[in-house]
Design a protein around this ligand. Sequence first.
Ligand SMILES: Cc1cc2nc3c(=O)[nH]c(=O)nc-3n(C[C@H](O)[C@H](O)[C@H](O)COP(=O)(O)O)c2cc1C
Length: 168
Amino acid sequence: MAVDPESYKAGMRCLAAGVCIVTTRSPNGKRNGLTATAVCSVSLAPPTLLCCVNRQSGSYNAIHEAGVFAVNVLSVDDRSLAERFAGLVAGEERFAEGSWGILATGAPILESALVSFDCRISQAVELPTHGILFGEIEMVELRTAAAGPLLYAHGDYGDFATLKGTVG
Ligand SMILES: Cc1cc2nc3c(=O)[nH]c(=O)nc-3n(C[C@H](O)[C@H](O)[C@H](O)COP(=O)(O)O)c2cc1C
């Protein structure tokens, strides 16, 4: 029996996730990025993670063509950046807020992120609507932050305290 899309979406809203900004830089220097929760650890050897990106999004082709991306894991203090990179503003203007640097690949690294993983695409699997991008991690920048991770569940942002007991 086919799965009703509303049940799928309601079910996935229960899957609390850390919020990340996935970024890339084209060979011509153009930066792209989007807010993403579909990020997952894959393996330690080789150090690999994956992220799932909508193929319709402006960032997908940019990441795919550049062959590199960075995953910046947000703290609760960077909620406004999450909103910004989820569509509040577009393109290069997204990077007007926050402090951005680079590590090994040239993909934009958010200096206030809890951790940034700098990756090179090792494999890409294209599904009808989304691409699964496997990134071999070339560098990890881990920062000590007082703030906890920014979470997303039930269609809202929060942290471990505020999301506890939320029903949607
Ligand atoms: C909390 C949250 C999580 C999201 N996670 C993803 C994701 O994992 N993959 C994805 O393709 N889009 C995700 N999105 C949607 C993109 O952030 C949004 O469509 C963005 O505007 C795409 O930008 P672009 O078209 O400029 O690339 C998420 C949005 C929000 C608010």
